[in-house]
Design a protein around this ligand. Structure first.
Ligand code: DP6
Length: 329
């Protein structure tokens, strides 16, 4: 097969990947835990074509920037190397997201997970899930967590072969919801790739790392026990710790907008009034509001009524990255 298509979910981290011990291998400082997001997917078709002189990368119908295309080509090189001597075909890559362009949630996780699975299949490779997570990680760290289904843990390790992602529980284990409140559609100022490199400049880097290590078993256990309060409390704290490190890096990285803070206050007020919901935030201004299935409709309505919210994307736990017969070209 020379053409293949894969569909991958973005994921939201409860314990964050923030900082690396090896930049080139993308080995994280700490292990992280996430949930795949079923309504935020990337579909990618890859075709290796002997007639092409260079890789071609089209995202949402537009040629990508040289920088983004180079990162994709570098990733394809890893897969070409695995395919063996003499496999030097260039590829056509076309990619689309399920969420509207410019929502600010365009995710390198779903992008590199889908690219990995599609390119391996198009090159005639059939790696096991563990190997796919290693490959995806080399493209973008958080992408390894989008390979398995449902709730996933990515292990920190000193070698590439050991820093793999594994399922903690399947998607139907727990009807947890992630409502993404979109407050910013512009591109974020500091790419997460850069943010990782600034971590050690924060005076709080060591304290945050210790706290993330303590959070890991608490969050894993909360998922297994479907303990929403334990998961939410620790997840919200962990997000604030990650952003405290970003804010106190040099230069300081401030991802939050006024609307981000509005939502943090609103969710705390809802909790105080007995409505269980918690927040987490990735490397951007948008807020992920976690809640249980029974409260999702009400919380989505309340979120939409807040000022500064442009849209809400409602997610359930999503599947792993899978091949599809519906090619984009
Ligand atoms: C804040 O995976 O985007 O979303 O490895 O440089 O591609 P690269 O970084 P990336 O970082 C994600 C950071 C985060 C937290 C998380 O998803 O764990």
């Amino acid at each position: 097969m020379s053409k293949a298509t894969a569909v991958s979910c973005a994921n939201i981290a409860f314990v964050k990947y923030w900082g690396r011990k090896d930049d080139a291998l993308r080995l994280p400082l700490n292990s992280s835990i996430s949930m795949n997001l079923d309504a935020a997917t990337t579909t990618t078709t890859v075709e290796f074509d002997p007639a092409l002189a260079a890789d071609e990368v089209v995202i949402e119908g537009t040629e990508t920037t040289a920088k983004a295309a180079a990162r994709v080509s570098e990733h394809l090189d890893r897969i070409r190397a695995l395919a063996g001597d003499g496999f030097d075909r260039r590829a056509r890559v076309v990619s689309r997201n399920s969420f509207p362009m410019g929502t600010g949630i365009a995710s390198s996780a779903s992008a590199f997970a889908a690219l990995t699975v599609a390119a391996c299949a198009a090159a005639g490779l059939d790696p096991d899930e563990r190997t796919l997570t290693i490959l995806a990680r080399l493209g973008s760290g958080s992408a390894c967590r989008s390979i398995p289904a449902g709730f996933v843990e990515w292990h920190t390790a000193d070698t590439s072969a050991d820093s793999v992602a594994e399922q903690i529980a399947p998607p139907d284990h727990w009807d947890l919801r992630d409502l993404i409140a979109i407050v910013q559609t512009a591109h974020k100022e500091t790419e997460s790739s850069k943010g990782h490199q600034l971590v050690q400049a924060s005076p709080f880097a060591g304290a945050r790392l210790e706290a993330a290590e303590r959070a890991l078993p608490i969050i894993r256990q909360a998922i297994l026990a479907r303990d929403f309060e334990a998961l939410g409390e620790e997840t919200e704290q962990e997000a604030i710790r990650m952003h405290a490190v970003a804010m106190t890096s040099q230069p300081s990285v401030l991802y939050w907008s006024p609307a981000t803070v509005e939502i943090l206050h609103a969710v705390r007020a809802w909790r105080a009034s007995g409505l269980p919901a918690y927040c987490t935030i990735d490397a951007g201004a948008n807020v992920h509001v976690l809640c249980q299935g029974a409260d999702a409709a009400r919380i989505e309505g309340d979120l939409r009524a807040l000022p500064g919210i442009q849209d809400v994307i409602a997610n359930r736990p999503g599947p792993g990255t899978r091949l599809s017969d519906t090619h984009l070209f």
